[in-house]
Design a protein around this ligand. Structure first.
Ligand SMILES: NC(=O)c1ccc[n+]([C@@H]2O[C@H](COP(=O)([O-])OP(=O)(O)OC[C@H]3O[C@@H](n4cnc5c(N)ncnc54)[C@H](O)[C@@H]3O)[C@@H](O)[C@H]2O)c1
Ligand SMILES: O=P(O)(O)OC[C@H](O)CO
Length: 370
């Protein structure tokens, strides 16, 4: 029998039309606020700020909400960002664009905006949403760049759903092979917007983010895109263990392959609507590769394995990332909760083992005990 190719549910996503070629006056301008100002939040603000200046359909000014902190110099981070145009703590050495205005007051930062970009570590989103209830415009559209999920009594809840439910707004997602420090220095990369039905909204998000060095496409599969971004962080922890134990490239490739299969199986078991083709977009296999080669989750997991689990992830995170946050360890815990609750633990050996190693129940070498 001749070999057959797997049938795809839809064609590969295509970029929308190039926004630089539109000269028509827009019906009204959109105002953007970035909720978050960490490593990726700052780079996202830079991307958006360059397009807000260039495109007539957006106000020039981009607000960036900053979780305020005092620097060792005694100055407030927000004041330093507004004076130097640099996030000296989370993205030193990079100018954000003069039209980025840092604001430590969440309510004032979102007040006039109708496009909200959520980009904080996932553990803080629910608290932020609670503070935003009744404080945003009625016509707001949102997008989440956050890779993670929450586990509720009812089951797992994706971050875009959490935002939609708390604030009663539509929420797209943007995920991809996007190590922030590389995009900050304008090295080429791709990203995927996941949207739910309204293609016009997706097009607007694609316009807002696309630059010559950041190519964004859109697919109608919010859950697939978001689960790819969320689950790859757990596989990256496994890849870090392999690196820390110096197991070599073949072992790491095996962990990535099995991890990708678990990502796909889990996504489809949770949301049967998730599309096969999504795993071949930037948010899927490309993000898995870049994270397992150069991400923070991989790096800290490598150190954890080198120390034979004697130093905790919390301790290593604080020492190695200086305020930046890992998502993979808490996602592994959340995932483990879902897997145990549903009786799926044995179906997902990489996911389950990552959590058991992270909490010290198993040694790092258990990552290859199948
Ligand atoms: N950094 C990357 O390369 C990258 C790339 C793509 C996606 N992401 C995702 O983007 C999301 C945000 O990551 P990041 O890199 O911008 O952040 P980060 O890891 O740099 O996290 C630090 C941020 O958290 C803030 N913070 C600390 N305590 C807080 C609190 N109690 N409440 C609210 N905020 C608090 C800090 O002020 C800082 O802005 C994550 O889900 C991450 O997975 C990151
Ligand atoms: O540095 P990590 O491990 O949080 O990964 C960063 C991005 O998600 C890569 O796309």
């Amino acid at each position: 029998m001749a070999p057959s190719l797997e049938v795809q549910e839809e064609e590969t996503a295509l970029p929308f039309s190039n926004p630089t070629h539109t000269n028509e006056a827009p019906p009204h301008k959109s105002k953007v606020t970035v909720v978050g100002s960490g490593n990726w939040g700052s780079v996202a603000s830079k991307l958006i700020a360059s397009n807000a200046l260039r495109l007539a359909s957006f106000y020039d000014e981009v607000r960036m909400w900053v979780y305020e902190e005092t620097l060792p110099s005694g100055e407030k981070l927000t004041d330093v960002i507004n004076r130097t145009n640099e996030n000296v703590k989370y993205l030193p050495g990079i100018k954000l664009g003069k039209n980025v205005i840092a604001d430590p007051d969440l309510e004032s930062a979102v007040k006039d905006s109708n496009m909200l970009v959520f980009v904080t570590p996932h553990q803080f989103v629910e608290g932020i949403c609670k503070r935003l209830v009744g404080k945003i415009r009625g016509d707001v559209e949102a997008i989440s760049l956050i890779k993670g999920m929450e586990v509720k009594m009812e089951g797992p809840c994706m971050i875009s759903t959490l935002i939609s439910q708390h604030l009663g707004i539509n929420c797209c997602v943007l995920m991809g092979a996007n190590i922030a420090n590389e995009i900050a220095v304008e090295k080429f990369s791709e990203a995927t917007v996941g949207y739910r039905g309204n293609r016009e909204i997706a097009e607007k998000w694609v316009q807002l983010f696309t630059t010559p060095y950041f190519m964004v496409t859109a697919v109608q599969d919010v859950e697939g895109v978001e689960l790819c971004g969320t689950l790859k962080n757990v596989v990256a922890i496994a890849a870090g263990f392999v690196d820390g134990l110096e197991m070599g490239n073949n072992t790491k490739a095996a962990i990535m392959r099995i991890g990708l299969k678990e990502m796909k199986a889990f996504s489809k078991m949770l949301f049967p609507s998730v599309k096969e083709s999504t795993f071949f977009e930037s948010c899927g296999v490309a993000d898995l590769i870049t994270t397992c080669l150069g991400g923070r989750n991989r790096k800290v997991a490598e150190a954890f394995a080198r120390n034979e689990g004697k130093r905790s992830f919390d301790e290593l995170e604080a020492e190695m990332l200086q305020g930046q946050k890992l998502q993979g360890v808490s996602t592994a815990r959340e995932l483990y909760e879902v897997l145990s609750h549903r009786g799926w633990l044995e179906l997902f050996p990489v996911f389950a083992t990552v959590h058991e190693i992270a909490i010290g129940r198993l040694p790092p070498s258990a990552i290859v005990r199948f």
